[in-house]
Design a protein around this ligand. Structure first.
Ligand code: AMP
Length: 172
């Protein structure tokens, strides 16, 4: 994990003053770091019968797709408003820097699914809590939640439902 930690770049005051942005592009562009990320993220779920990975736009698409590939599961994008072409369910929420809305195709998850929701960073938890509620409204058998980075000072886990099974690779 030290190898990956050393590849993550802190960008001060991005996208607004006071935010220390954890830039993962510097890890994603490194072949060894990307390989370790894909492998380590998937290890916890190998025996869980995962059928769908939901990736949150946009940085959650990168390792979310790798996770789906590693687990032999399908990939479902959770996207910003107006991007998905068919009928959607949507939720609005607050995050570390501002407000947003997120959408998932209405037919993306079924009651037979066992789902992992993946995002790059857990900050205040608003984004993941919104996506969790959307996925839950489709009644899958089980939902797991997974991040590359957790910013523990922001207490994002408190925003997530207490029944959520949450894993983070790197906790700051
Ligand atoms: P939140 O809803 O506050 O947990 O914010 C999580 C979302 O915002 C994730 O999709 C992250 O990509 C992004 N994000 C929030 N804070 C940061 C940060 N300090 N560094 C990098 N990404 C962040």
């Amino acid at each position: 994990m030290e190898y990956i930690k050393n590849k993550i770049r802190d960008v001060i005051d991005f996208p607004s003053k006071g935010i220390v942005f954890k830039d993962l592009t510097t890890a994603f562009k490194d072949p060894r770091a990307l390989h370790i990320l894909g492998w380590d993220l998937s290890q916890k779920y190998r025996d869980k019968g995962i059928t769908k990975v939901v990736g949150i736009e946009s940085r959650g698409f990168i390792c979310g797709s790798i996770l789906a590939f590693e687990l032999g599961a399908g990939f479902v994008p959770a996207r910003k408003p107006g991007k998905l072409p068919a009928e959607t369910v949507k939720a609005s929420y607050s995050k570390e820097y501002g407000k947003d809305t997120i959408e998932i195709h209405k037919d993306a998850i079924t009651p037979d699914d066992i789902v992992v929701i993946h995002d790059d960073v857990l900050a205040t938890g608003g984004t993941m809590a919104a996506v969790y509620d959307l996925v839950k409204s489709m009644n899958p058998k089980k939902i797991y939640v997974n991040f590359i980075i957790e910013l523990s000072a922001l207490d994002g886990r408190k925003a997530l439902p207490c029944d959520a099974s949450v894993e983070s690779l790197i906790v700051y």
